[in-house]
Design a protein. Structure first.
Lengths: 184, 220
């Protein structure tokens, strides 16, 4: 296995308009970000557009990345998620999303198994443990929003509850999650 | 209160609310949540994007996209020879478009002693003015004068491409009335543009549909 490239250093070079560094980021990281946009968009063409938007934004905003504030991978994952969510809010999702209860069950079943994380180290273990301490439904909502790009309206339809109730549940889950992560 | 702001940030980090116009503090809260949640993204099995995607991205950030604009815009330089003709041009364009325009006379009146620069941002097809930016390099003050209004339900967004850069930078939505800006930096030949966007501005941070372009020229 080749060693992980230093994404922070590559982003710093990209901020100085170094196209080779930018291409190295693409080579190293595009498959991870494509997994993110594909999961949210549920359609290859839309997910490809979202990934393109994400990389154009990474190129444009590289200067704004501050390694003191967080990891390069987290910064790029957030951009990819946001661009994917933009795409589905504007264009709708691929047919694999929301066509019925069975599909939704599949979607949930297909979420990554967080009890056996494939990557992310100690932070992932802590996050998985804290998510497990949430009410099961609250945990599920956070994961559906994160992985599948569910909006409050999508969650409202899925759980057959008013949007305001969804908002209350989500906030309760997020308060508990932060509390757990901070106390360790 | 701060708990509420933190939860708002968490919801933005999840993508439940648009991130558009965050304060620096709120952006930091959102970034902290993005960092907390990011290990989740690592759990997805990577998927190779298709072969051609890198080429599309390269094309989207290529400086050659802009050189076409530069050539087109050379024509406008000739037109903008005097402040007076620019003002007349703008007024005529506004009249032709039957739009309400608020241009404070004090900003349009010529002040011959001061060296001034101006960008007249005109429609790519019909040449009508959409925006005039008057710049005083000595003070860093600029007056942004909109001459057009977007269709209902959409927004116009102002952009510039700083000298030596290749990517457009948003200057925010086109204001409804003339506004003064301070600490305004613009070089001769710097490109300004207006794009048509969904209400509220570009969802991608890049111009959706660029319609108007113009460059900074010196006005004697």
């Amino acid at each position: 296995m080749s060693p992980e490239p230093d994404l922070s250093a590559l982003l710093a070079a990209t901020a100085k308009r170094d196209r080779a560094a930018f291409q190295a980021i693409y080579a190293a990281h595009s498959s991870k970000l494509f997994a993110v946009t594909l999961r949210i968009c549920r359609d290859r063409a839309i997910a490809e557009d979202a990934l393109q938007d994400a990389f154009v934004e990474i190129w444009r905003k590289a200067e704004g990345f501050d390694p003191a504030r967080g990891k390069a991978g987290a910064w790029m994952a957030a951009i990819a998620r946001n661009r994917a969510i933009d795409q589905i809010r504007r264009r709708g999702r691929g047919p694999a999303f929301g066509s019925g209860g069975d599909d939704d069950d599949d979607a949930m079943a297909a979420l990554p198994d967080l009890s056996a994380p494939r990557d992310g180290g100690a932070e992932m273990i802590a996050l998985a443990q804290c998510l497990d301490r949430l009410e099961p439904r609250d945990k599920e909502m956070v994961l559906l929003a994160y992985y599948e790009g569910y909006s409050r309206e999508d969650l409202s339809a899925r759980y057959d509850a008013p949007v305001n109730t969804i908002k209350t549940w989500l906030r309760r889950g997020l308060i508990a999650l932060r509390g757990c992560l901070e106390t360790g | 209160m701060s708990e509420d702001r933190n939860l708002d940030a968490a919801e933005r980090a999840l993508g439940l609310d648009p991130k558009g116009f965050e304060s620096a503090d709120d952006a930091a809260l959102t970034a902290a949540w993005e960092e907390r949640l990011a290990p989740l993204a690592e759990q997805l099995e990577p998927v190779e994007p298709p072969e051609g995607l890198w080429t599309r991205i390269e094309a989207a950030i290529a400086p050659s996209n802009l050189s076409a604009d530069v050539v087109e815009l050379a024509a406008y330089k000739k037109r903008a020879t005097t402040w007076r003709t620019i003002a007349a041009f703008a007024t005529a364009a506004a009249a032709a478009m039957a739009l309400f325009i608020f241009v404070p006379t004090s900003t349009v009146a010529p002040t011959p002693e001061a060296q001034k620069y101006v960008a007249v941002v005109t429609h790519d097809q019909n040449g009508q003015a959409g925006l005039i930016i008057e710049i005083e390099p000595s003070t860093g003050r600029a007056t942004v004068i909109p001459v057009t209004a977007p269709p209902t339900g959409q927004s116009y967004e102002m952009w510039t491409i700083p000298t030596g850069e290749t990517a457009p930078v948003s200057l925010g939505l086109l204001p409804q009335n003339a506004v003064a800006r301070t600490n305004f930096v613009a070089d001769v030949d710097q490109i300004f543009a207006i794009s048509l966007e969904p209400a509220g501005g570009s969802p991608t941070g890049q111009p959706t549909q660029p319609l108007y372009h113009g460059r900074v020229v010196r006005v004697d």
